[in-house]
Design a protein around this ligand. Structure first.
Ligand code: NAP
Length: 284
């Protein structure tokens, strides 16, 4: 089996973590129907051994971070909370860019306040040149602002999200990059080469939508492999990511304690060569 921990900024985290985005209301906007159920999922995640939680203050907005603080503060010593800035929500829930200097500084302070922290361990700069996919554009100015916040001790490590390979290499010339968070899963593999480059340099790659996001993975090949292994399709999707490269940290999201436990069990699922071959053929 591959190692079950990896370096994320200055910390060592388990490679199977938890993504908190979908704890907010529908469309990641407003509060959830049952906030106590959301807090129960967070507590169950930590009780099950999760020590890496991914979030942002623009989830809700503010809602997800407030749920994390209410459920888990004071935080366990080994818990690493990774957040992201660079977007804001419109009154209608739209995802809008927020790359201005004051917006970035305000976002870091919002995250600190809502999470109840004095320093943010890792902050991802979420590129918004295209809301949904990586698109070229300079990140130099926002990274300079984040570097200043790092100098001030408000941010410990800087990561990137929704970025191109060129943006990653340009950014690495400006500031050390702790991690990259892009869309990647069994059927969405644009970042194969980038993952291997980052692995060679010891930089974490954190796929978002590891289970397909708002359209959970649904394929006959995946179901067939899962059935043969006595596992569920989501467990196989997680195990495939864990076996894909040692620098991949998986942050499946769920609003259900039962799904959380199912997903955590994927850490012990080893995919044999024939299963890997079938799954590798799924990319479009
Ligand atoms: N940087 C970015 O731009 C960006 C974008 C999107 C997400 N993210 C991060 O990535 C994390 C993961 O993404 P995500 O939560 O949107 O998508 P995901 O992890 O790919 O999938 C979550 C979906 O899968 C379902 N699910 C989870 N476990 C399941 C199971 N065992 N069986 C059946 N269904 C299951 C969930 O429904 P239930 O609630 O019913 O379990 C939810 O609908 C987010 O939490 C967020 O932190 C980052």
């Amino acid at each position: 089996m591959t190692a079950n921990t990896y370096q994320l900024g200055g910390r060592t985290v388990k490679r199977l973590g938890y993504g908190a985005m979908q704890l907010a209301g529908p469309g990641v906007f407003g509060p959830p129907r049952d906030p106590e159920a959301a807090r129960a999922v967070l507590r169950a995640a930590v009780a099950a051994g999760v020590n890496h939680i991914d979030t942002s203050d623009f989830y809700g907005p503010h809602v997800t971070n407030q749920l994390i603080r209410e459920a888990l503060h004071p935080y366990p010593e080994d818990l690493t909370i990774v957040t992201k800035i660079g977007a804001r929500r419109g009154a209608d829930g739209a995802w809008l860019p927020a790359f201005g200097r004051d917006e970035l500084i305000g976002a870091v302070h919002d995250n600190l306040r809502n999470l109840g922290l004095e320093t943010l361990e890792v902050v991802n700069l979420r590129a918004m040149f295209d809301v949904h996919v990586p698109a070229e554009g300079s990140l130099e100015e926002p990274l300079a602002v984040l570097a200043e916040l790092r100098e001030q001790g408000l941010v410990r490590h800087i990561g990137l999200s929704n970025v191109t390979s060129k943006q990653v290499s340009d950014a690495r010339r400006i500031v050390p990059i702790a991690c990259v968070q892009n869309q990647y899963n069994l059927v969405h593999r644009d970042d194969d080469a980038l993952i291997d480059t980052l692995a060679a340099d010891g930089i974490a790659y954190v796929p978002f939508f590891p289970l397909g996001g708002f359209s959970p993975l649904d394929s006959a090949t995946l179901s067939g492999v899962a059935e043969k292994l006595g596992a569920t399709p989501m467990q196989v999707a997680i195990a495939w990511l864990l076996q894909r490269a040692p620098n991949i940290l998986v942050i499946p999201g769920t609003s259900s304690v039962a799904h959380l436990h199912e997903n955590m069990a994927a850490a012990n699922l080893e995919l044999p060569a024939d299963a890997l071959a079938a799954l590798n053929g799924m990319a479009g």
